[in-house]
Design a binder for this molecule. Structure first.
Ligand SMILES: Nc1ncnc2c1ncn2[C@@H]1O[C@H](COP(=O)(O)OP(=O)(O)OP(=O)(O)O)[C@@H](O)[C@H]1O
Ligand SMILES: [Mg+2]
Length: 336
């Protein structure tokens, strides 16, 4: 695994949005790596920079609306920030495909599912219409859609939310990407349907050897779904590691706060609970630790920014950005 090339490698990425009279620092030195076939979670409160990180990876942020102020971003080894737009268009779909929360925004409401799927397939493969339609049917079947032929003839509004999400995932797999980036892919669905869709997504990814970067608020989903997890706060990674270790023995007070606040630790659909206080105003980002204002352990040392340091021998990806990491014991409840 250590010799393989990461499908996504983000190093020390800093990014800001110019706003009237200044800038919002959305990312302040984010590092994140996804290896082939891995399922990697990203969790954190609203506004922590999860979506911006995902969008930056495929260069989907509004051109001219943001500035990268440092760092690098590589997709299958190649530089995303320097790639010409034509190259980027080839990479989207093939190297990495995006799955959004609400499929209605990604699917065209006025075109039949079959037309939309075949259009995507024919944009990337040399296929005639009949071949493309066959391939589209097979993609739907792979997502366990019961009557693929009827679904191909349907318009998006004729399908249930869960079926639409399956169609969107089928579309994401159409060019056999090395990486799927799923941003809150099932938040809009009820819990049972959510589980089915996630299981299918994981099954398909494992089958195709695709990796997933999985963004979510839901710790229960992370615990069941992800191999490793990154915890983000205020545009930085504060903690990372194998899922079981991070959730069962969090070392950062922020992660601990997120987990202790869950009403029932493993309750499906449980959202991240409120930690007292608010995320800092990123027009004036804190000079030291970004969690300073909300942390019960903050002291003078924390006025300097902590580096993301390794905290477990033998598990190099187990890292925490904290001057006073918690003892490695278990948190209040157990998730795995
Ligand atoms: N176009 C934009 N212009 C200005 N600021 C932006 C823009 N897009 C995002 N931001 C800011 O960047 C920061 C990170 O936002 P992001 O959408 O990545 O958060 P998130 O972790 O995905 O949150 P959520 O869980 O609510 O989806 C926030 O402070 C947000 O206000
Ligand atoms: Mg988001």
């Amino acid at each position: 695994m250590s010799t393989a090339q990461p499908v996504l490698e983000i190093r020390d990425l800093s990014l800001e949005f110019p706003v009237f009279g200044g800038a919002v620092r959305a990312l302040g030195g984010v590092g994140l790596r996804v290896m082939p076939g891995e399922i990697v979670g990203v969790v954190g409160e609203s506004g922590s920079g999860k979506s911006v990180t995902a969008m930056a990876a495929l260069r989907l942020l509004p051109p001219g609306g943001y500035r990268v102020t440092g760092g690098t971003l590589r997709l299958c080894g190649e530089d995303v920030l320097a790639a010409p737009e034509a190259r980027m268009r080839q990479w989207r779909g093939r190297r990495a495909a995006m799955i959004f929360q609400e499929p209605m925004t990604a699917l065209n409401p006025t075109r039949r599912i079959g037309d939309q799927l075949t259009a995507v397939l024919r944009a990337h493969h040399r296929l005639d219409r009949r071949e493309a339609l066959l391939r589209a049917g097979a993609l739907l079947r792979d997502m366990m859609i019961p009557d693929p032929d009827r679904t191909l003839r349907a318009y998006p509004f004729e399908l249930s939310g869960g079926m639409r999400q399956r169609v969107m995932i089928a579309m994401a797999f159409s060019c056999d990407p090395a990486l799927l980036i799923a941003d809150e892919p099932t938040t809009a669905l009820d819990v049972t349907v959510q589980r089915q869709v996630l299981q299918l997504l994981r099954h398909r990814a494992r089958q195709r050897g695709a990796a997933i970067l999985f963004i979510t608020h839901d710790m229960a989903v992370v615990s069941q779904f992800c191999d490793r997890v990154y915890v983000m706060y205020a545009g930085t990674v504060v903690e990372q590691g194998p899922t079981g270790r991070v959730l069962n023995a969090p070392r950062h007070p922020y992660t601990r706060g997120l987990l202790d606040g869950l009403p029932e630790r493993a309750e499906p659909g449980a959202d991240l609970a409120a930690i007292p206080g608010r995320v800092p105003d990123m027009r004036r980002p804190p000079q030291g630790c970004v969690f300073f204002d909300r942390c019960a352990f903050a002291d003078e040392a924390c006025r300097r920014p902590p580096e993301l340091r390794s905290v477990a021998d033998g598990v190099p990806e187990r890292r925490v950005a904290c001057w006073h990491p918690l003892a490695p014991g278990p948190a209040a409840g157990d998730m795995r």
